[in-house]
Design a protein around this ligand. Structure first.
Ligand code: NI
Length: 255
């Protein structure tokens, strides 16, 4: 089985003690590729360096809504430069987070919009973080209709929004939350969407799937999300993982 974890934060300090061992062990554990998602400007060069030395790892560059108030016009040049490196293939994670509101909402929207414009200009896939901001997120995405590719990460909105995101050119990623007992709404969405637009991810060290909930997540635990999705879609995990693997390359325009 070949698996692409389409959203990880292996540079998080929770991996400081054993990051190297983990990186070495992933390919033999079936994790063929990982997308390392960048969160702030200070992270951009760290993701570039990680992608440069780990041959199976791809990276994104971008400013998360939590850090939107540190976003400057020059940050766009930094992202642009990062994407010239091999295996730096996406702008993310970018979006809106009205759950934590760590940055003012108007600042979050401006930061998101500026990075969407850059992605449209560069034809770069995007990794979108939308938490409790579906209305404003979709309003901004609609302005870039015809120029979008990439993924709605950790999808938490409605089936109607998922279908519209697909219509806008995006893929829909499900993570560990799909294994939670109360995720019935997500189960229905994950079972109905077209297979060719689905992805799986860990968002590690966060969003640990059942039965490991409460402990640190890592890319190997994605198997529990895969098994849940296979159950929901009444298919076998091998066939599903191969389809998701192909989808991941398409979502990030990787040849
Ligand atoms: Ni993330």
């Amino acid at each position: 089985m070949r698996i692409f974890d389409t959203h990880a934060h292996l540079l998080d300090e929770q991996f400081d003690a054993d990051r190297e061992q983990l990186l070495v062990s992933l390919p033999s554990a079936g994790i063929a590729h990982v997308m390392e998602a960048c969160c702030d400007e200070a992270g951009i060069d760290r993701v570039v360096a990680l992608a440069a030395r780990v041959p199976y790892l791809y990276g994104s560059a971008g400013v998360h809504p939590h850090s939107a108030d540190e976003f400057r016009p020059e940050t766009l040049d930094h992202i642009r430069e990062a994407l010239t490196h091999e295996r730096m293939v996406a702008i993310g994670e970018i979006g809106l987070d009205y759950h934590y509101d760590f940055s003012p909402r108007d600042v979050q929207r401006a930061c998101f919009d500026a990075q969407l414009a850059l992605a449209a200009e560069l034809h770069a896939p995007i990794i979108i973080h939308d938490r409790e901001a579906h209305g404003d997120c979709m309003d901004l995405l609609r302005q870039y209709r015809g120029r979008l590719s990439g993924v709605m990460h950790c999808f938490s909105a409605s089936y109607e929004i998922a279908k519209e995101c697909i219509d806008l050119g995006l893929h829909i990623a499900f993570g560990g939350a799909l294994t939670f007992k109360n995720a019935t709404h997500q189960w229905e969405i994950a079972s109905k969407l077209p297979l060719e637009r689905l992805l799986i991810e860990t968002d590690c060290p966060y969003m640990t799937p059942v039965p490991f909930r409460g402990t640190r997540n890592d890319p190997t635990r994605i198997i529990h999300t895969l098994l849940k999705l296979a159950e929901l879609r009444n298919t076998d995990p091998e066939t599903l993982s191969e389809a998701l693997f192909e989808n991941s390359f398409r979502a990030f325009s990787i040849r």
